[in-house]
Design a protein around this ligand. Sequence first.
Ligand code: NI
Length: 223
Amino acid sequence: MSNLAFYITRFLSGGLLAVLLCAGQVSHAHGPTPHGSGANAQGTPAPAPAQQDEAPDPLANRFGGKFSLIDHSGQRVTNETYRGRYMLIYFGFTNCVDLCPVDLAVMVQALQLTAKATAEKIQPLFITVDPDVDTPAILAKYVANLHPNLIGLTGTVAEVEATARAYRVQRHKILHTSSNGHPYIIDHGTLMFLMGPDGKFVTLFPHNSTPEKIAENLNRYVK
Ligand code: NI
């Protein structure tokens, strides 16, 4: 590798790291104001990890890993359950009145805009960060109103915490009443993750990504 190529590579890696570190801080609880400040304002997804013929991207291993949860039909599922399919993952909770409904609507629109054959290879997952409230039955009702393929996942607090930790999703319970009368709010990360058929990180979509941009990248990365 030439010196120039080396420095360009270093620059790009640094840029990706900056985007990821910024994006990782995006979370929500108090309405639109606090988000976005650290986010990628253009909604541009982070670049995908390096191709196989390039040096492995260490950042690709920072998101994801094993999980064991219960799906909205009450079945025990793990990361292995979805092996062979791409996973499009968003964390949130059904009482969220802030950005979850927006981000999930964006996810649904993106799937509708994605080529049909491509979309069929993607398993959209909504993982609750509020397992005390979000039982399989509550999740079943919630996801049914969004997309026929969307699966809601819950579990014990420990199982959900372990999953959120694997995906580096922040989760903070804030004890004041939300605008729908729910006694608390859970501030949580709003990144949407695309994981490959091998379960490994492919790319992510920060909050403010447009459905068009997400669909464009799903068509690009899902093979
Ligand atoms: Ni939310």
